[in-house]
Design a binder for this molecule. Structure first.
Ligand code: GAL
Length: 681
């Protein structure tokens, strides 16, 4: 079994991407001195260093990295050493111009940035394997080495390449998926799966198939969906190839690659599959300042990361101390925000908090991106807060290895999301991610900690499971949900769920094919609303219920389900809007319109009642309370995102670890502060 925690790290991970190659070596001494001052325990090195490590094909210069690794070791700082394969050198492209990826429009990207990689390219694969092998041999037993960091954020920013090499690779992949390697046998199955009888797209041979490049009008959706799977699998092939080299040559050192689970930041990687391939799940998270509550988006990404890790501890490998530089407007974090962000990740399962990056760059594209050590130096708020955070994390070292306690589950599937985002759906105003965000936010506001689950997962551990817009649901997923409800679970399913199978083909019969049984209803027809239209719902007694929906309505026909709210107006006036089906020992709710936040909360309150989930004690909406538990005890995190002091009821008396105070009863959490209480045994 591979190791799953950074080797030799005995505290929580705290540090950042460290790019000393951007500085004269005289600066390195100051770096390690200041790292010690801040309590840094681990840094990520070498992420983009290929051109320095291999200045010419086959000629290596490891001198500087030797000195750096030794320096880190001397100062007791652990190294998360990267394979630099996200940034091939200029000489590589001179020899392999076809390794530059091609966009869907047929434009070849150029060198001069990073991550310009066609993952099917044999030259790239060979060169990546060589540099990985050299690094593994040289540093596999180095005493500073704690973790291998393969590549950087697969799938960001180029999600797929559409070149001729990828076309050939796609055909091989199709032969494997549909014909067990036999291209002739595969073609009939591809025609069937892609529904090529439609618009005369039938293929006589796999050789006729190309990537779903730019087409005059909507391109075959099943082909597009399979291409996304192929692109994801191709990146994963490259990741596992590097990982296997590292495992073989450097046994005992865990291997990771940094994910980007925030749904707004990477939409091209099926992290359910990737989570199974990493020894330690790591994630990068950046606040998107689009006017929404950034701490809710953060919590969602952290919960999703933990779920991808199967509930085990994971590690936040990158976030920012303050502003980023790649959004239209990049506000500085407010005082205390960095600590709240960091400790919210820890609350939700991260065994540490790391940053991009240690020292702010003077040159290059990211010189205005914040860092632990900013241009302003140590006489700065960011530095002082970083030092304080280092001390806080030090006092939390005991919780390493404990697990976050979930309350409820939400189904999420990247493949369903991909399918839903293709062209020509019933309404372009319907957005699967928006529904996921909204359902998550509603649960967050009820102070429920959410595990994400794959639609075919065993859900029996959860009293409540919510299913926002699971458009693609296999029959197996339908069966899993039915079993869950029959065995006493409570389910809340939103519209546009259970509609198609894995090939984007509508399940036979009335919608929602995969979920008709469990929901006890059929949908006769979708009737999405026009922009700006909304509908009112009436309650069980016929009175106006104060609930409104927009974007979507449909004609629901109950077949066992009871109608709880009815459409009061709009195209479906008088028909069921929200239903509830008693099935076996459980209950399945169905919501057929896009509810606003207040309406969604009303429905979730009723579902929580069914599930036996008592409302959480009176807590302000933006006071986040999460627990971790394990061998060393139970830890309650209280994160006050508001400008007012708050009181949080404690389950048990204990010790507040950041202040060292004894606490009992109601815990005082000052405005903007974080408190972590270890309950007395
Ligand atoms: C990450 C990336 C880092 C840095 C950072 C800036 O996505 O891995 O190298 O670019 O963004 O926010």
């Amino acid at each position: 079994m591979p190791e799953t925690t950074p080797k030799g790290l005995t505290r929580l991970a705290f540090g950042g991407d460290y790019n000393p190659e951007q500085w004269p070596e005289s600066v390195w001494q100051e770096d390690v001195r200041l790292m010690r001052e801040a309590g840094v325990t681990m840094v990520s090195v070498g992420v983009f260093s290929w051109a320095l490590l291999e200045p010419e094909p086959g000629r290596y210069d490891f001198g500087w990295l030797d000195r750096l690794m030794d320096l880190l070791h001397t100062h007791g700082i652990r190294a998360d050493l990267a394979t630099p394969t996200a940034a091939p050198p200029a000489w590589f492209y001179r020899d392999h111009p076809d390794a530059l990826p091609v966009s869907r429009e047929g434009v070849r990207y150029a060198f001069g940035s990073r991550a310009a990689i066609c993952h099917s390219n044999a030259g790239y694969r060979a060169a990546a394997a060589r540099i990985t092998t050299e690094l593994a041999r040289r540093y596999g037993t180095h005493p500073a080495l704690a973790l291998w960091h393969v590549h950087n954020e697969y799938g960001v920013p180029v999600s797929a390449c559409y070149c001729d090499g990828c076309a050939a690779h796609f055909r091989r992949w199709l032969a494997g998926r549909y014909g067990a390697g036999d291209a002739t046998a595969a073609v009939a199955a591809v025609n069937e799966a892609w529904g090529t009888a439609f618009w005369g797209q039938r293929y006589g041979s796999l050789d006729e198939i190309t990537p779903p490049r730019l087409t005059p009008t909507a391109c075959n959706p099943a082909q597009q969906l399979d291409y996304r799977r192929f692109a994801d699998a191709t990146m994963r092939e490259n990741y596992t190839a590097e990982r296997d080299i590292l495992h073989e040559l450097a046994p005992g050192v865990p291997v990771t690659t940094n994910f980007m689970t925030a749904l707004s930041q990477c939409d091209s990687v099926d992290y359910w599959a990737w989570g199974r391939e990493t020894d330690l799940v790591t994630n990068d998270h950046y606040l998107i300042t689009d006017g929404r509550r950034t701490h809710v988006n953060l919590a969602m990404a952290a919960d999703l990361t933990r779920s991808v890790a199967g509930g085990a501890p994971w590690l936040l490998l990158e976030h920012s101390t303050s502003g980023v530089n790649w959004q239209a407007r990049n506000p500085a974090k407010r005082p205390g925000e960095m600590a709240r962000n960091s400790l919210a990740h820890v609350a939700r399962g991260s065994d540490g908090a790391m940053f991009f990056q240690w020292r702010q760059s003077r040159r290059g594209a990211e010189k205005f991106h914040s860092a632990m050590l900013p241009h302003a130096g140590t006489d700065s708020r960011v530095w002082r807060e970083a030092v304080r955070l280092g001390a806080d994390l030090d006092s939390l070292a005991g919780l390493r290895g404990t697990r976050t306690v979930p309350d409820v589950a939400m189904l999420w599937d990247w493949q369903s999301w991909w399918a839903q985002n293709l062209e020509w759906r019933p309404s372009e105003d319907h957005d699967a991610r928006e529904r996921a965000d909204s359902f998550y936010e509603a649960l967050y506001d009820r102070h429920l900690t959410v595990d994400f689950a794959h639609p075919e997962a065993d859900l029996s551990a959860y009293p409540l499971v919510v299913v926002p817009a699971l458009y693609l649901a296999t029959e197996a997923a339908g069966r899993a949900l039915r079993t869950y409800a029959e065995n006493g679970g409570t389910l809340v399913v939103s519209y546009f769920s259970g509609i198609v199978d894995e090939h984007d083909a509508v399940h036979p019969g009335a919608h929602p094919g995969a979920l008709r049984d469990v929901l006890g209803l059929t949908v006769e027809e979708f009737s999405p609303l026009l922009a700006g239209e909304s509908v009112r719902l009436t309650g069980p007694d016929g009175a106006a219920a104060g609930l409104t929906g927009d974007v979507w309505t449909e004609f629901v026909v109950p077949r066992g389900a009871e109608t709880v709210w009815t459409y009061g107006d709009g195209p479906a006036a008088g028909r069921p809007a929200i239903t509830r089906h008693r099935i076996g020992g459980g209950t399945a709710w169905y919501v057929s319109t896009r509810l606003d936040a207040a309406a969604l909360d009303t429905v979730l309150a009723a579902a929580c009642d069914d599930a036996g989930i008592a409302p959480r004690a009176e807590l302000p909406r933006d006071v986040e309370v999460v627990r971790r538990t394990g061998d060393t005890g139970t830890y309650l995190f209280a994160i006050n995102h508001t400008g007012d002091d708050a009181k949080v009821p404690l389950d048990a008396p204990g010790t507040e670890l950041l202040t060292g105070e004894r606490v009992a009863g109601r815990l005082a959490v000052p405005a903007g502060a974080v408190r972590v209480v270890r309950a007395d045994a």
